[in-house]
Design a protein. Structure first.
Length: 188
């Protein structure tokens, strides 16, 4: 299930549950509905940002696995900032979804890049190893994500530059994060 909430600065997309084929289709439809004119904030519900794909032997897992690259490509291609507001656990494909965002801000839960792994990162550890860009208190998460999205779109909406890794970088992203005393991104 997916909820859309309109904010002045961006559209808040709240993911609820396991990444099923239906949820991924809903996310693709939401990105198309939002269109190119608004930044997107991805977040979760109930202490979970996004869990992995359907269980390993579920009949829908293969189909969800085939849809995931299209959703990731749509998020990466969005012309305005996409910010992952990681409010709780981001596991496997759920963390991969966060990686498609231009910035990742974490306030709780753990990041577990692979659902088959026992390695989990707390919010401060996730920032320290580069899995998230910034850590904040849970009560500040959405406000911080909205401010980050609005800082990343200067007047005239400058286009994203492309880093050597192929990631899009908007002028102002690095500067806005460095303002908080954390060097989490460098200008390209």
């Amino acid at each position: 299930m997916l909820d859309l909430e309109y904010k002045a600065e961006a559209i808040l997309v709240r993911i609820r549950g396991v990444l099923t084929t239906e949820l991924l289709d809903s996310l693709m439809a939401a990105i198309a509905y939002i269109g190119p004119g608004r930044p997107i904030i991805l977040t979760g519900a109930g202490g979970v940002f996004a869990l992995d794909l359907e269980p390993l032997y579920s009949p829908g897992r293969e189909e969800a696995l085939n849809r995931l690259p299209y959703v990731l490509a749509a998020l990466r291609a969005h012309p305005l900032p996409v910010v992952a507001a990681i409010n709780g656990n981001a596991v496997g494909a759920g963390y991969t979804l966060a990686c498609a965002a231009d910035a990742r801000i974490i306030s709780g839960g753990v990041i577990q890049p692979s659902s088959g792994s026992t390695v989990r990162y707390s919010p401060p550890a996730a920032v320290a190893v580069g899995l998230a860009d910034y850590c904040c208190a849970p009560a500040e998460l959405i406000g911080t994500a909205l401010r980050q999205a609005s800082r990343c779109q200067p007047a005239g909406i400058a286009p994203f530059a492309v880093s050597s890794l192929g990631a899009k970088v908007r002028p102002g992203l690095a500067a806005s994060v460095v303002e908080h005393g954390h060097e989490v991104a460098r200008t390209v």
